[in-house]
Design a protein around this ligand. Structure first.
Ligand code: DGL
Length: 255
C-alpha cells in the first residue's frame, strides 16, 4: 500500500471530466491534478510543442513522487510515445477505443477531437483493427466553449447543433468524446444524436489504472485532491467551482 499520489493531467479543465470517474472509483487514494492552462489549447500546436509540454508536466509530476500518471488529455496522449517511465503511464486513446468496440453495433462511429488528435490518426489506426473507419471531426471550438464556461448555454447548444448537423443522417451509433473537454458538453452532443452512445474512455482508463498500480490500493480514509495550474489561479478556481469539483487545494506553479 502506498500513500504516494496519482497524477492526472490535461491542458486545462477538460481532464476533470475523467478525474471525476477516477476519484469516484478510488475514494481513498491521493490525487494531484495538473492543468497546463498557460499553454492551452494543445490541440492547435505542433507535435514538437505538445511533446515538450507533456515532458515538462510529467517531470513536475515525477518530482511530486506520483506512483502513476493518467494523461487525461487525448492530444497529450497522442504525443507521449517519447516518454519512458518506471511508473504506469495511462493515456486516453487505447482505453477509449476498447470502449468504442464494446459499444458500437453498426460500426458507424464519429470521432470528435482536437486537430492534433485527428492529425495523429491514432484513433483511426486503432479502430481499423476492428474494421471501424470513424467519421472525423476536429472541434477546437468546443474546447473554447468549456474553458470559458459557456457549456450548458443557448450558445453551446446552437453551436453544437450547427457544427454536428452534417453527421445526423449518417446513422451514427457511437460518438467518441475524443477530447476530454467534451465530457462537459454531453448534453449538447446527445441532443444532436439522441440515439447514440457517447464514449469518453473514463471507465476503461479507471480499469487500466486499477490493473497497473503496482502496490495495493489504499482502502481506508479519505483521499486528498490537490490541483495545480500554470495559468491564472483565480480563473482556474472559478472554473473548478463552476464544475462543482470538490478539492483540497489549488496551487499556481511555473514550469
Ligand atoms: N482536453 C484536451 C484533449 O483531450 C485538449 C484541449 C486542448 O486543445 O488543449 O485533447
Amino acid at each position: 500500500m502506498s500513500q504516494r499520489p496519482i497524477g492526472i493531467f490535461d491542458s486545462g479543465i477538460g481532464g476533470l471530466s475523467i478525474a471525476r470517474t477516477i476519484l469516484n472509483k478510488f475514494p481513498h487514494e491521493n490525487f494531484i491534478y495538473f492543468a497546463d492552462t498557460k499553454n492551452i489549447p494543445y490541440g492547435s500546436k505542433t507535435n514538437t510543442e505538445i511533446k515538450n509540454y507533456v515532458s515538462s508536466v510529467v517531470d513536475f509530476l515525477l518530482k511530486e513522487n506520483v506512483k502513476a500518471i493518467v494523461v487525461a488529455c487525448n492530444t497529450a496522449s497522442a504525443n507521449m510515445n517519447h516518454l519512458k517511465l518506471d511508473i504506469p503511464l495511462i493515456g486516453m486513446i487505447e482505453p477509449t477505443c476498447r470502449e468504442v468496440v464494446k459499444t458500437t453495433k453498426n460500426k458507424r462511429v464519429l470521432l470528435l477531437a482536437t486537430e492534433a488528435t485527428v492529425r495523429s490518426k491514432l484513433y483511426s489506426n486503432c479502430l481499423k483493427k476492428f474494421q471501424i473507419t470513424p467519421f472525423l471531426f476536429p472541434a477546437p471550438e468546443f474546447v473554447f466553449l468549456v474553458e470559458t464556461l459557456m457549456h450548458n448555454t443557448a450558445k453551446s447548444y446552437e453551436l453544437t447543433k450547427r457544427l454536428l448537423t452534417p453527421f445526423v443522417t449518417e446513422d451514427i451509433d457511437t460518438v467518441i468524446l475524443g477530447c476530454t473537454h467534451f465530457g462537459f458538453l454531453k448534453n449538447e452532443i446527445q441532443k444532436v444524436f439522441p440515439e447514440a452512445l457517447l464514449v469518453d474512455g473514463s471507465n476503461e482508463v479507471a480499469k487500466e489504472l486499477n490493473l497497473s498500480l503496482k502496490t495495493e490500493p489504499i482502502k481506508k480514509g479519505k483521499g486528498t485532491f490537490k490541483l495545480y495550474t500554470t495559468g491564472n489561479d483565480k480563473k482556474f478556481i472559478e472554473q473548478v467551482k463552476n464544475l462543482k469539483i470538490k478539492y483540497d487545494q489549488i496551487i499556481s506553479v511555473t514550469l
